[in-house]
Ligand binder design. Structure first.
Ligand code: LAC
Length: 252
């Protein structure tokens, strides 16, 4: 625990959780920083936001339904042993959301899926990744997205060349949070789980990564409620630029 009841400078008091210890101690020896893609690097609401004038004021709720269904379908398909890739799942979830919000599919469907190929990166992404890259940290994406989706999202965001690996659940044929997904990082880089710093804005993803043995950072761009899941991430951050502050050093 921190001495004197002080909150660490990297974490606003409001985000401090009892039991969090100094990040210097916890995040030493990191060899790879692996990032979740959708919701962490890329804004899952950017497709609907682009068409907001045509969708109408309900575009925020519509986008939330699309995302919630997309995630639910990944979990349900994994449990049922009925894997279909993330492009298919995203498309199925979109059909659900269009129907649930009584939106005419023919006018929006193709455009929304097309926009999903290159979702907008969050404003903190490029700086955060470039800083880590300059320090020699190996960077990866670990995502539900298909290899084609990840390549096109990375290219669309101007991040080509920053990542050593774009790792997709597609090679496991099961979605996060199955442990075999997280094992892709340790296998690809030949490192121990504790040498991986995994960063996700999706709480359940950060908790599952921590349960796998990674050091995990939960990026909360907006405040979120702590999950009640088996493992607790090492720290909560509010911007990806804090990753470089927490990770001591990297080796290529
Ligand atoms: C991903 C999902 C969690 O990128 O959004 O893996």
């Amino acid at each position: 625990m921190l001495k004197g009841g002080k909150f660490p400078p990297w974490l606003p008091a409001a985000r401090y959780r009892p039991g969090m210890t100094s990040p210097e101690a916890r995040l030493a020896g990191i060899a790879v920083c692996a990032f979740d893609a959708y919701g962490t690097l890329f804004d899952v609401n950017s497709a609907a936001a682009s068409l907001a004038p045509r969708i109408g004021p309900q575009w925020v709720e519509f986008s939330a339904t699309w995302r919630q269904k997309q995630l639910q379908y990944t979990w349900l398909r994994s449990l049922a042993g009925q894997y279909a890739d993330f492009w298919q799942v995203t498309s199925d979830a979109l059909d659900f959301a269009l129907a649930a919000h009584r939106l005419a599919p023919e006018a929006l469907r193709a455009e929304l899926m097309d926009l999903y190929r290159a979702p907008a990166p969050y404003p903190d992404v490029a700086t955060a990744l470039q800083t880590l890259d300059r320090r020699g940290m190996r960077l990866a994406i670990l995502s539900n997205g298909t290899p084609a989706m990840l390549e096109s999202a990375v290219a669309g965001a101007g991040l080509t060349g920053l990542f050593s690996a774009l790792l997709s659940v597609d090679s496991c044929q099961v979605f996060k949070p199955h442990p075999s997904v997280y094992a892709q990082v340790t296998r690809r880089f030949a490192v121990a789980p504790a040498q991986v710093c995994f960063v996700s804005s999706n709480g359940w993803d950060a908790y599952a990564a921590k349960a796998f043995g990674f050091r995990a950072l939960w990026c909360q761009r907006a405040p979120q409620t702590a999950e009640r899941l088996p493992a607790t991430p090492d720290a909560v951050i509010t911007s990806l630029t804090q990753v470089a502050e927490l990770v001591a050093s990297g080796k290529r």
